[in-house]
Write a protein that binds this ligand. Structure first.
Ligand SMILES: Cc1cc2nc3c(=O)[nH]c(=O)nc-3n(C[C@H](O)[C@H](O)[C@H](O)COP(=O)(O)O)c2cc1C
Length: 307
């Protein structure tokens, strides 16, 4: 048995070197799938895991003897990295400072973003927790303003063809199915947004992706947990910030390119491999404005559980 993803439907293969293994049991203790057990002072695969090895790799990471090999599911001992020293990691204050300084950026300098920086953003985003390994998050990278612009022009043309989704007759028809809140959001947010996107682009103004010099689309596969692309994009956003870039998440494009044959054609034309439940665009570039203050925000609610 194995948990399927778009990349593999096989479980990880566990092997333990009985010569190296000293039987400390750390791998057995850490495996959440009950894939390992101690037998006569050595670790060994049980063959009776709950789901089959998902390839999280934690047993390899805690083994002091390098006695465990997990292969398959795009993992192997070659994927192990030396662990950076704790003193070399960001502490709470420096992380908080980075977060307070971050703003959603919609006005960019004309400076381009080096490919090397985009690579660093992607490398760091790959460390994000992404559901069930191997990650089912896909990236479409736009490494120039021209590419971002051309994609956005195409998107606006496609949007014009499906403008009826924000028409009064369609919203009235749908209200009993999708409820009051969605109806309010469509009438007061989606409709003016779609109009603004289309009409501004006709005037040469890009209100969708703001002519950013770089952009990454994070999206899932049909197997993917919908949260995964968003978590990866959040990691990318903070990384970009640490590299001196400004960013903005864009949520409006993804839902528009999921359903119908026009959406499928649009995805195919732009090398988007899957229709997926969630996805998000992250634009990046050097901010035009200099911010002199941060801002305190709040959550909608926070209660401590009574039980
Ligand atoms: C999921 C998500 C989707 C977003 N979509 C858009 C968008 O389509 N266009 C845009 O200009 N900003 C978008 N934003 C940015 C928000 O508007 C922004 O985070 C918010 O105004 C708060 O500003 P701050 O990020 O500077 O704190 C999005 C943010 C998130 C988290």
């Amino acid at each position: 048995m194995a948990i399927p993803t778009s990349r593999t439907k096989e479980p990880g293969i566990i092997s333990v070197d009985p010569v190296k293994c000293k039987g400390c049991g750390k791998c057995v203790a850490i495996c959440s799938d009950l894939d390992l057990e101690l037998h006569e002072g050595k670790a060994r695969p049980t063959g009776q895991g709950v789901f089959g090895c998902i390839g999280c790799g934690q047993c390899m990471m805690v083994c002091p003897e390098d006695a465990i090999r997990i292969t398959g599911r795009f993992i192997s001992p070659a994927a192990l990295l030396p662990l950076p020293a704790k003193e070399q990691t960001a502490g709470y204050q420096s992380l908080l400072n980075l977060m307070i300084r971050r703003r959603s950026i919609r006005k960019f300098k004309s400076t381009t973003v080096d490919k090397a920086l985009i690579d660093q953003v992607v490398e760091a985003a790959m460390t994000a927790p992404m559901g069930l390994p191997p990650s089912d998050v896909n990236l479409l990278v736009f490494d120039s303003r021209e590419k971002v612009r051309s994609f956005t022009e195409d998107f606006c043309k496609y949007l014009e063809k499906i403008r009826w989704i924000s028409s009064s007759w369609f919203l009235t028809l749908m209200k009993p199915f999708w409820g009051k809140e969605t109806d309010e959001l469509f009438r007061n947010f989606m409709r003016p947004l779609v109009d603004k996107y289309i009409d501004s682009m006709k005037q040469g103004e890009n209100w969708v992706t703001y002519d950013a010099p770089a952009m990454i689309y994070f999206y899932g596969s049909p197997y993917c947990d919908p949260a995964d692309p968003l978590i990866a994009a959040t990691y990318a956003m903070l990384t970009a910030e640490s590299l001196g870039l400004g960013t903005c998440m864009l949520g409006a494009i993804h839902p528009m390119i999921q359903n119908g044959s026009g959406a499928r054609k649009f995805r195919e034309a732009h090398g988007i491999r899957y229709k997926s439940r969630e996805g998000i665009f992250l634009i990046m570039g050097y901010p035009k404005a200099e911010y002199l203050k941060g801002i305190r925000r709040s959550f909608a609610s926070m209660n401590y559980s009574a039980s």
